[in-house]
Design a protein around this ligand. Structure first.
Ligand SMILES: Nc1ncnc2c1ncn2[C@@H]1O[C@H](COP(=O)(O)OP(=O)(O)O)[C@@H](O)[C@H]1O
Ligand SMILES: [Mg+2]
Length: 368
């Protein structure tokens, strides 16, 4: 029987576990043991933390895996590429994991390849006013190596910078922040899949956030509301950026803002599916393309089948932070034009706070 390894066992990764099983693979799942669903759905579960890449490599060698993947975690992607590269499996290069997961290194890679970037600088403490004399405010300050909107602040003037840098550095694993000019425009992402260096466009996603100062994501919708005439240019720009990061195989999630000329200005790219069910659920619901299946195929060196399995439709995920969000869910439940596909478990003991995405009490997915 063919064997497939999956890094991570939470509910997002579970989609991948179930898909690999559906495709006839024996699943071998690696994650810190904490009661996650994948611990039970996996054929074999190994309680090894996803960052223990050498240990996971040894085990995968022993098992004789045919492919390895993960859905939406940057940390897991590093291990996936390390193991896959060492075993001669289809993947992106381990060396390039750094430019795909460090926001400062990514900016440098884009700049080198001629992909437009805002002015940016790396800092472990607040720079002098002089060091920023060419920068136009507002600025964004963020940790170089975190996700989920942790430690991000928009600053309007030099006086606000000190606190923002401290906040970002405190969140950063490597204790560094990127300070960059604020990119104006509505927020979107582009979901793609690459195979043997060729990129395939799947969907554009509209992102909803709380806005300044912290930009906490509140939901996503596919297809986006981007006018048709801008799409070609946007996709070209995204493909150029994927190539700049040496992304050759597997899913990618490119976050960008659309400027007033209809051009994409990239915020960051993940060499993996978009989290929050964007990759695992919304792409399939909105386009009919089996994105998760394609990731399994590619990881095993097989040409993915990207043909749609059903008609396109609008697909939405909304996150619940407040009582108002619960009221909105009730409204959607009673709306005959909408079909709810999933409502997560909810812990409403802490409802009402929005400081970063960890304050979510739950989420739901619907189509219309
Ligand atoms: N240079 C920028 N200009 C405008 N908004 C930004 C910029 N950088 C980050 N943001 C905002 O902050 C959010 C999170 O930043 P991002 O770099 O994607 O970090 P994370 O890894 O936490 O998602 C973005 O989705 C966007 O709303
Ligand atoms: Mg992001």
């Amino acid at each position: 029987m063919k064997k497939f390894a999956i890094i991570g066992a939470n509910s997002f990764q579970n989609r991948l576990i179930l898909k690999a099983k559906e495709k006839g693979y024996e699943t071998h799942v690696f994650a810190w043991e904490c009661g996650d669903i994948g611990e039970k759905t996996a054929d074999c579960f190994y309680p090894i933390s996803i960052v223990e890449k050498e240990q996971i490599l040894e085990k995968c060698k022993e098992i004789g895996i045919d492919g390895i993947a993960s859905i939406a975690s940057d940390l897991a992607v590093i291990t996936v590429n390390y193991v896959a590269e060492n075993l001669g499996l289809t993947c992106n290069s381990y060396e390039d994991s750094y430019i795909c997961t460090n926001k400062h290194a990514m900016r440098e890679a884009f700049e080198k390849a001629g992909v437009p970037v805002p002015k940016y600088i790396k800092a472990s403490c607040v720079p002098t006013e002089n060091a920023l004399k060419d920068f136009c405010y507002p600025l964004i300050v963020k940790p170089t190596d975190r996700s989920g909107s942790r430690g991000i602040t928009k600053v309007e003037g030099y006086g606000e910078l000190h606190e923002a840098v401290e906040r970002a550095v405190a969140q950063s694993f490597e204790k560094c922040a990127v300070i960059e000019e604020f990119i104006e425009g509505e927020e979107y992402s582009c979901e793609c899949v690459s195979y043997n260096g060729k990129h395939h466009f799947l969907a554009l996603t509209k992102k909803y956030t709380t806005g300044a100062p912290n930009f906490i994501e509140t939901g996503h919708r596919q297809p986006s509301d981007i006018p048709e005439e801008y799409k070609r240019g946007i996709i070209e720009q995204i493909f150029m950026a994927l190539t700049a990061l040496n992304i050759k195989n597997g899913a990618s999630h490119s976050e960008f803002r659309l400027n007033s000329k209809g051009e994409a200005r990239i915020i960051e790219i993940g060499a993996r599916m978009g989290g929050d069910c964007i990759g695992s659920d919304l792409v399939y619901l909105s386009t009919g393309v089996d994105f998760v299946g394609a990731v399994v195929d590619i990881a095993c060196g097989n040409t993915p089948d990207l043909s749609p399995r059903h008609e396109p439709q609008n697909a939405v995920i909304r996150f619940i932070f407040t009582e108002d969000d619960i009221a909105e869910l009730e409204k959607i439940k009673s709306d005959k034009s909408k079909i709810i596909h999933y409502i997560s478990d909810m812990d409403i003991s802490n409802i009402g706070k929005i400081t970063d995405s960890s304050n979510r009490v739950g989420y739901y997915i619907y189509t219309e």
